[in-house]
Design a protein around this ligand. Structure first.
Ligand SMILES: Nc1ncnc2c1ncn2[C@@H]1O[C@H](COP(=O)(O)OP(=O)(O)O)[C@@H](O)[C@H]1O
Ligand SMILES: [Mg+2]
Length: 255
């Protein structure tokens, strides 16, 4: 059964896109077939991985009721990661969101597009940093929600809003909060250690090992290489690997 994972959060720059890529890499390195879906109109994941943002991306399939994702899926085929697939994002997602949000079926359109993809083991969805159509669609399509967060007070406040939305969408049949991932953490700083403690108190076992702040994390994504390959013994690689283990263990509705 396909595990569908939505990586969401209200704030930009929280590590969502980086988490999507490295989580997908950690899952692929276990021999799983993994599809990433770029639902962010900024399409930064797509831009980095393809070197360009194609004219047609996920928005065309969202808008056309007869469309499937088959024609959109790109096989990245990078080195070890031949089984890593991407549905490119495009700017059109914003306009598509406006149209689809008017229909009650609009929020489940993504879910319908993903349902036939039974031959992939996991789907990881990247989303824009705003609570809106894209995040709600991703949550309705997924069974597991992952929230990466930085450690600033604003980030922790935003996290609470995100978790509230996940709860609301869960009541509509959407994903449940499965993991909170502290990102770009300066573990030697008192402030960051305090933030990790606060997250542990609020979210308990859902908090996975923190990803330390490291320029290597940025470099690895620019090099289109998951941390597990770029710097396998790094703490960041271990943290993303632990996230993959955690998500495979907690499973989903259909796991
Ligand atoms: N652990 C980390 N250490 C250092 N920089 C990081 C780390 N994680 C992410 N970044 C950098 O932070 C920026 C924002 O990350 P990104 O994944 O794009 O966030 P989002 O998708 O939430 O906007 C990017 O430049 C990324 O390379
Ligand atoms: Mg992003």
């Amino acid at each position: 059964m396909t595990r569908i994972i939505a990586v969401v959060g209200r704030k930009g720059g929280a590590g969502k896109t980086t988490t999507v890529f490295n989580l997908a890499g950690a899952l692929v390195s276990r021999g799983l077939r993994v599809l990433m879906v770029d639902l962010d109109p900024q399409a930064s994941l797509t831009g980095i991985l393809l070197g360009e943002r194609p004219d047609t991306g996920i928005s065309t399939a969202l808008l056309d009721p007869r469309a499937t994702l088959d024609d959109l899926i790109v096989r990245l085929g990078v080195g070890l990661f031949a089984t890593l697939l991407l549905v490119p994002g495009d700017q059109g997602v914003e306009a598509a969101a406006d149209k689809l949000a008017e229909r009650s079926s609009g929020f489940t359109r993504l879910r319908k597009l993903l349902a036939p993809l039974q031959d992939v083991d996991a789907i990881v969805i990247d989303t824009p940093p705003a609570l809106g159509f894209a995040i709600s669609s991703a949550l309705r399509a997924a069974s597991l929600a992952v929230v990466p967060t930085l450690t600033g007070q604003h980030d922790l406040d935003a996290m609470a809003d995100t978790v509230r939305l996940i709860g609301e969408e869960e009541e509509e049949g959407g994903a449940r909060l499965a993991a909170v991932v502290p990102c770009a953490v300066h573990a030697r700083e008192l402030h960051d250690r305090g933030a990790l403690d606060a997250l542990a108190i609020a979210y308990g076992d859902l908090v996975t090992p923190f990803v330390p702040y490291s320029p290597r994390v940025r470099e690895a994504l620019a090099a289109r290489t998951p941390m597990g390959t770029y710097d396998p013994t790094s703490r960041a690689a271990e943290a993303y690997d632990a996230l993959a283990t955690h998500l495979l263990a907690v499973g989903g509705h259909d796991a």
